[in-house]
Design a binder for this molecule. Structure first.
Ligand code: ATP
Length: 307
């Protein structure tokens, strides 16, 4: 194996700064408006070329499948079948993002594989064909092709990039082992508590036009919180009662937690990372799973075309 043909990729986690559900569509999907934010923390993927269309996935998390049920494998197989039937690859996935946690781990792995194999196999595909494959793989995959901060609309597949936010500190908090099925959360939605999508519109205004007016960087977080919302909290809380008690407990500590995606992970922003770290230590001592990270500043392939 020649070393030029090895890539290392970072597959970041995401949070939803806003997630609003506009309505349920005739095709059964929900029409969404969500501002997604890539995080600095994520999975790691190594990719190496293999001969003759052969695909193999290794993963350090024994819970995850390594065959076609794995989104990373699915992405490789879809790209190969469409654009490179004779190419092969061996993928190694170092899983760091908690699984089924609302942090987009599987989708991010899939997008990283599309980006990485496009380079490894020298396909030179532009964003559009990759975007079509991404939408086939899952609603969150197109976002990860862009990364950073972006608005996702439709089922999540229509992406409009937004200005990159500064590296704001983020604490992720969840109960170890708790997972939530996205489908069940949608089925448990409390429509009587869902409003109009206005917050996301205001958030976009803040990020595109209002941002310039904020002089003190410590004001960024309260300004964001003004419009942050997640309509899926109504469904997740109806499904898992312990989540609303966890939210209250976090609020009593002075955090402002919001569910990421369909949960069960909460995130909280704070301009003071030392304060966030101290709270994280406290929660960790109580048995919660906590991860301290920041908004991402760079995305995608890390060490391409290694010497
Ligand atoms: P979603 O909202 O799409 O369910 P999520 O961020 O909550 O996403 P993921 O970590 O992507 O959750 O896991 C969702 C499901 O996808 C799990 O049941 C898991 O078994 C499956 N899965 C397939 N491939 C992967 C992967 N590479 N990493 C994580 N999960 C994967």
């Amino acid at each position: 194996m020649s070393p030029q043909n090895i890539l290392e990729l970072h597959a970041p986690a995401k949070i939803n700064l806003s997630l609003e559900i506009l309505y349920r569509r005739d095709d059964g999907f929900h029409e969404l408006k969500t501002v997604m934010q890539e995080l600095a923390f994520g999975d790691l993927l190594h990719m190496a070329e293999m001969p003759e269309g052969h695909l193999k996935l290794y993963c350090d998390d024994p819970v995850l499948p390594t065959g076609k049920e794995n989104l990373a494998f699915q992405a490789a197989s879809l790209l190969r079948d469409h654009y490179a039937p004779t190419r092969g690859a061996s993928l190694t996935l170092y899983k760091r993002i908690p699984v089924a946690a609302g942090l987009g781990g599987g989708s991010s792995d899939a997008a990283a594989v599309l980006k990485g194999l496009n380079k490894l196999w020298k396909l030179n595909l532009q964003l559009e064909p990759l975007q079509e494959l991404a939408a086939e793989l899952g609603s969150d995959v197109p976002f990860f092709l862009h990364g950073k901060t972006a608005l996702a609309a439709g089922r999540g597949e229509r992406i409009a990039p937004l200005p990159t936010l500064p590296p704001i500190p983020v604490l992720l908090i969840s109960l170890p082992g708790q997972v939530l099925s996205t489908a069940l959360v949608y089925r448990s939605l409390r429509w009587d508590k869902i409003k109009s999508g206005e917050n996301t519109g205001n958030l976009i205004w803040l990020l595109t036009e209002g941002w310039e007016r904020i002089k003190d960087k410590n004001d960024w977080v309260p300004q964001l919180y003004h419009f942050m919302i997640n309509d899926l909290e109504t469904g997740a809380f109806a499904l898992a009662g312990n989540l609303s008690s966890l939210k209250e407990e976090l609020q009593q500590m002075g955090l402002m937690p919001l569910l990421s995606g369909s949960g069960p992970t909460f995130f909280a922003l704070c301009p003071d990372s030392d304060k966030l770290r101290a709270m994280g230590d406290e929660l960790s001592a109580k048995g919660y799973r906590v991860i301290l990270t920041t908004f991402a500043q760079e995305s995608g392939v890390r060490n391409q075309d290694a010497e």
